[in-house]
Design a protein around this ligand. Structure first.
Ligand SMILES: Cc1cc2nc3c(=O)[nH]c(=O)nc-3n(C[C@H](O)[C@H](O)[C@H](O)COP(=O)(O)OP(=O)(O)OC[C@H]3O[C@@H](n4cnc5c(N)ncnc54)[C@H](O)[C@@H]3O)c2cc1C
Length: 259
């Protein structure tokens, strides 16, 4: 399928919630049935529109968490305190409810197998969502070929505040354990479980130099999360020598605390 650009007109669809899966205390995945979904690429997002009884409407963007191979669309929403839309999506919605969405949107922050690698992913908080679609897509290709030697090597550097705030924690561990060509590296910025030996600070230049492939390997880099994390990581990667054209970014919000 060809990705839909932001300028193109795409119609609103009614999606039905099939399941609501708790991921962390503040994060839920909505599994949706979207009739006539045209398909998407890993990394794309949708716009969600809510309409209140008096006609007031609010729209927000949410990345697609499910890979193109899945028949159902998944969105993972982190509840922001005092937020207008995210508390409703993550707390109120139940199986059988409907929401309006349009998409898929975005042709820049996407990764398909032919784009190649190595694939270096950098996430902060809910910024993991589109990167998870990429890892799930990559894993679906592995399942199809059955041979990890042909896999595009991938590394994920994922910043969270606490271990129990790591979204998709168990799935990431399972994927890494079953695939020698995937490495998952966590940094926990606020609080660590006892005996933690991993990184304990925000993502910085030194960490990126340690975890990323060197620029000479020309990794395809995708950085997603709160705006300050995305900007500082992308700047550091370019300073290290990665080609700006190979460093793609998606900013989720204006602030974002300390991930
Ligand atoms: C392309 C794209 C994809 C996105 N994908 C996802 C996703 O997969 N999952 C997800 O949970 N969110 C995602 N977001 C963020 C989402 O669109 C909303 O911004 C977020 O859910 C907050 O909406 P709200 O109505 O609850 O908060 P608002 O009422 O809009 O804002 C409440 C307060 O939170 C601040 N704020 C707004 N957004 C953020 C943010 N992202 N981080 C920190 N503070 C913020 C505001 O400045 C304000 O102070 C994405 C954003 C973009 C642009």
């Amino acid at each position: 399928m060809s990705p839909v650009g932001i300028g193109q007109k795409i119609s609103w669809r009614v999606a039905t919630v099939i399941d609501v899966v708790p991921e962390t205390q503040r994060t839920r995945t909505l599994v949706l049935d979207v009739p006539d979904w045209p398909g998407h690429s890993a990394g794309q997002h949708v716009d969600v529109r809510l309409t209140s009884e008096d006609g007031y409407q609010a729209e927000r963007s949410y990345s697609i968490a499910s890979p193109p191979e899945d028949a159902r669309l998944s969105l993972t929403v982190e509840q922001l305190k005092d937020g207008e839309v995210s508390p409703y999506l993550s707390e109120e919605l139940r199986a059988g409810d409907t929401i309006e969405l349009r998409g898929p949107i975005g042709g820049y922050f996407v990764w398909d197998i032919p784009v190649g690698g190595p694939l270096f992913l950098v996430a902060g908080g809910s910024g993991i969502v589109p990167l998870m679609a990429m890892l799930r897509h990559r894993n679906a290709a592995l399942a199809k070929s059955g041979d990890a030697r042909h896999m595009i090597p991938a590394r994920l550097l994922y910043s969270s505040r606490r271990w129990d705030e790591v979204i998709y924690r168990d799935e990431l561990a399972r994927l890494a354990a079953s695939d020698p060509t995937l490495e998952v590296v966590h940094t926990l910025t606020r609080d660590r479980p006892e005996g933690w030996t991993g990184f304990t600070r925000r993502i910085d230049r030194e960490m990126l130099e340690e975890v990323a492939w060197p620029p000479s390997e020309q990794p395809r880099v995708f950085v997603c999360g709160p705006t300050p994390l995305v900007e500082s990581a992308a700047n550091a990667l370019v300073e290290i020598g990665h080609q700006p054209a190979l460093v793609k970014t998606e900013r989720f919000g204006p602030t974002g605390g300390s991930v």
